[in-house]
Design a binder for this molecule. Structure first.
Ligand code: HEM
Length: 155
């Protein structure tokens, strides 16, 4: 077996197309812009939406498909934003969850949700550390793991 055969045999197939990624990004940011809590932040900071949507499509293409078009720096950009709170990241995740839950492509939905949770958690840690490295870090409440219903708890 040649090196080429090994690479071909083990390379994972792409789970979605670029068009599906663009669709996801456009649908999500339409929701985020219209959201009572997140809308004012996005609409106040993003002046060129075509450019923002292209950047975010590159980002998701990089993390889902392994392309290399994204060259941004999410951590310092979010750290520089005034007044971010855990609730805003949690809201972001709820809207992203709603958007991805509606996708027919379940492999894309699962991969995107997993990555979004990891990124949100990491951006929120980075945000807290950039504000006050001595404060204890708080966790995001994950919409995928709500508190168990009281009746479901063991007695
Ligand atoms: C509270 C939640 C969030 C808010 C309010 C927010 C807001 C923003 C805004 C306003 C920008 C544009 C910044 C600029 O151009 O200067 C931006 C960029 C970006 N955001 Fe977020 N964001 C949030 C969460 C997330 C999460 C969870 C992810 C990833 C899953 C993410 C990924 C990105 C990326 C990749 C960029 C582009 C960074 C770059 O150009 O270097 N954001 N965000």
């Amino acid at each position: 077996m040649t090196t080429h055969d090994i690479a071909t045999d083990t390379a994972p197939a792409d789970i979605c197309t670029e068009a599906e990624i663009q669709d996801l990004v456009h649908t999500f940011y339409a929701k985020a812009r219209a959201d009572e809590a997140l809308g004012p932040i996005f609409n106040g900071m993003v002046h060129d939406w075509d450019e923002h949507l292209a950047t975010l499509s590159d980002f998701w293409s990089a993390v889902i498909l392994g392309t290399r078009r994204f060259t941004g720096m999410p951590m310092p950009k979010h750290a520089a934003m005034p007044n971010l709170k855990a609730e805003l990241f949690e809201r972001w995740l709820v809207l992203f969850g709603e958007t991805t839950d509606a996708l027919p492509n379940r492999a894309l939905a699962d991969a995107a949700q997993e990555m979004a949770k990891r990124m949100a958690r990491s951006l929120w840690y980075g945000y807290q550390l950039s504000r006050d490295p001595n404060q204890p870090l708080t966790e995001l409440r994950s919409p995928a793991h709500p508190e168990p219903h009281p009746e479901a708890r063991p007695a």
